[in-house]
Design a protein around this ligand. Sequence first.
Ligand SMILES: Cc1cc2nc3c(=O)[nH]c(=O)nc-3n(C[C@H](O)[C@H](O)[C@H](O)COP(=O)(O)OP(=O)(O)OC[C@H]3O[C@@H](n4cnc5c(N)ncnc54)[C@H](O)[C@@H]3O)c2cc1C
Length: 458
Amino acid sequence: MHVAIIGNGFSGLMVARHLIDLGDTSLSISIFEKQHQPGRGIAYSPQSEQVLLNVVAAKMSAFPDKPTHFVEWLSKQTQFLNDDIELLKNSFVSRSIYGKYLNKLWIETLELAFSKKIYLELFQLEITDLISFETNICIQSFNNEFKVDKVILATGNQLPGNPKELTEDSMLSNRYFQNPWNYKLDSIDTQKPIFIIGNGLTMVDTVIQLREQNRSNKIISLSPHGFHILPHRNFSYTLPDWVSELSQQPTLLELVSAINKQLKSLHKHGISAEPLIDSIRPHTQRFWRGFSYSEKVRFMRHFRHLWGLARHRLPFVTYDIIQKERINGSLSIKSGKVISAKPVENGIEISYRDNSIKQNKTIVAAALINCTGPESDITKTNSSLLQNCLEKGYIQQDELKLGISANINTFETINAAGKENWKVFAIGSLLRGELWESTAVNELRIQAKNLAAAILIN
Ligand SMILES: Cc1cc2nc3c(=O)[nH]c(=O)nc-3n(C[C@H](O)[C@H](O)[C@H](O)COP(=O)(O)OP(=O)(O)OC[C@H]3O[C@@H](n4cnc5c(N)ncnc54)[C@H](O)[C@@H]3O)c2cc1C
């Protein structure tokens, strides 16, 4: 069986690894990666050494059944050789060192394939289209095509979508940056602010990187809610099991009121929400799958941002940097909405609603950086591959357009006719509509193992 994996980020790499672990010489694997080093994807190819994982090292093993794998590797790296292992487990290490860990896993994967006489090859190509035949499938890049038996879509994080308020000429302007993970600011006016849309983790990375590049400009970040990201506070407290008291499939209302009750009791004792989030995390996919469509819509409208705020926390050192920036006024986090943007000489003119003063404001910024997070609606992404698959009906978007529909046990995608497509599989953020939480290593390492087993059984 010849399997093609499109994307060699964490998901693509780890599916390949498990396929080789479980497979034999009858298996061939071709991996296609358009841009990044093996395993790294966007998350672990940072432009800065200073950006940290937002999860402690103890939770970042690439293998679901070897929880200490990453920490053991880390403890053998020169800069951590004499460090206490408990300290290491609780550390927030850099995303670039995690990238090195994944590179090492790639080398091991190549060696394993070689020793088991399994064909494994990495092609540095962007796949742009699929053509499905009765018994096999053809994958196409700009100049090549390959016939395989099965395809795994491991395409991961897409670029942020362009805000609809931006005109064509502002999007084409050299002052606008759609890709917050890979951009280069040439000479810019230091007197003008840098404007960021979005104020989540990507905004934080961007601020850190701008300062590292000696950009002293004032930074304004704008998002509809203007929430301030919270730090991890390292609580060792574990909540007693309250989830098993709920029904197997609680309604959104039941869940929200149970969560509020737990939250109140924690607050009464001066404890923040981390232990509560930890107690919910193992069950989020089940809860999400039990919600009706209208409950999912209500969740997205009213609770998504709050959940994101409680769940995506910053390492304390990073939080400190951001707080200092806010206190000295060099970073201003605002709640509001962009109204329009147009390029002007030496900058980009942005009009926005500032909710705190209930007024519209217009400024000329030196640059506009889009930190709104990966786009999930395929029709709005830059991926020709996913758009072509959608047009041909090989895949369909889930009802909330958070990703694509799939059978979550076999990982087969669901085609436009509503049937499982035994030749096209999906993993990772493409499954967000099905699973809600389907982005972090914590979830992907389990999916990678299960997907490999499902393909080999098929
Ligand atoms: C900035 C950032 C920080 C993060 N930090 C953490 C963290 O600290 N801890 C954590 O658990 N999770 C973190 N995450 C979540 C992260 O998404 C996962 O940990 C993981 O990296 C996702 O891996 P993936 O392979 O599914 O997707 P990606 O890493 O996005 O990899 C997909 C790969 O597919 C390639 N690709 C896409 N389309 C094509 C195509 N048509 N042809 C060829 N190649 C293609 C891309 O170039 C990319 O390399 C972070 C995410 C981001 C964006």
